[in-house]
Design a binder for this molecule. Structure first.
Ligand SMILES: Nc1ncnc2c1ncn2[C@@H]1O[C@H](COP(=O)(O)OP(=O)(O)OP(=O)(O)O)[C@@H](O)[C@H]1O
Ligand SMILES: [Mg+2]
Length: 250
């Protein structure tokens, strides 16, 4: 089973959008895919499910088994471990786990992924928080590869540099090689703005695979309608970019 974290410490750049879209693309291609909503905001859960019985935090605390926490979605082959966006007061929520327990259990997601693999999943995608703390490090520890999403704006280079520094420091400290970092999604590009070309030149010079995703309002409509972009339909350029992304991480 291949494990991919979609990450960057910057908020609102499209991590959830790309996690969902990548997971849905692989599922459409017949792969059995699990999306883990590892962000207390629970955004990918909100798009995929109207309701659910158990969530990721319960699995991490060991209150439920892995098969109890995996929910089917309206997309064939696509399953999700949901996260409750509303913090249940006094309960063992993901927010609580993230801040109080994550540091103590660096291999929690390695163990969880082992259980997931036994259920026949071929891909596991993590949608992560806009942060790089102990909890995100635990996700990195379980991941083969990280896909970074940046927006084509003036701050993207800084955000990318901070991420690289965080990842390097994590790898050095833990003396690990993984996750590999080869793929960047340059999101919300607008070819009529020269900045896009400048940013993309800079990225290519860094030897990354770059996937260009255009500004596409269909992403927003899809979210409102609780659909994936493939279910709703988007620009051809968008759908082609998602196919390319899936090919790169396969
Ligand atoms: N290519 C795109 N074109 C148009 N809108 C987009 C595109 N990508 C993402 N969006 C929109 O931008 C907003 C933020 O995206 P998203 O929630 O995926 O970001 P995020 O990085 O997961 O945020 P957070 O850091 O809070 O988790 C959403 O409303 C989403 O629909
Ligand atoms: Mg998100």
């Amino acid at each position: 089973m291949k494990k991919i974290a979609v990450a960057i410490q910057k908020g609102g750049v499209g991590k959830t959008t790309m996690s969902l879209s990548l997971a849905a693309e692989l599922a459409l291609q017949g792969k059995k895919v699990l999306l883990i909503d590892a962000d207390p905001q629970g955004n990918s859960t909100g798009t995929l499910l109207e309701s659910f019985d158990h969530d990721l935090a319960e699995a991490l605390y060991g209150d439920v088994t892995i098969d109890q926490v995996i929910s089917a979605t309206t997309v064939e082959n696509l399953f999700v471990i949901p996260t409750n966006s509303i913090d249940r007061k006094g309960s063992r929520s993901l927010k609580t786990y993230r801040s109080s327990e994550a540091q103590k259990e660096p291999y929690i997601f390695v163990d969880l992924c082992d259980e997931v693999e036994k259920l026949g999943f071929e891909y596991c995608i993590f949608d992560t928080s806009p942060a790089f703390d102990a909890f995100e490090e635990d996700i990195m520890t379980a991941s083969d590869e990280v896909v970074v999403v940046i927006k084509a704006d003036a701050y993207s280079q800084d955000g990318l540099q901070i991420f690289k520094d965080n990842l390097d420091s994590y790898k050095k400290r833990r003396r690990v090689q993984n996750p590999k970092f080869e793929t960047i999604v340059l999101n919300e590009i607008n070819r009529s703005i020269k900045l896009t070309d400048i940013i993309s030149e800079g990225l290519n010079a860094g030897d990354f695979n770059v996937v260009y995703v255009p500004v596409d309002q269909d992403f927003k409509y899809a979210t409102i309608e609780r659909q994936t972009i493939q279910q709703r339909g988007g620009k051809k350029e968008t759908l082609d970019a998602l196919k390319k992304l899936a090919d790169l991480i396969k």
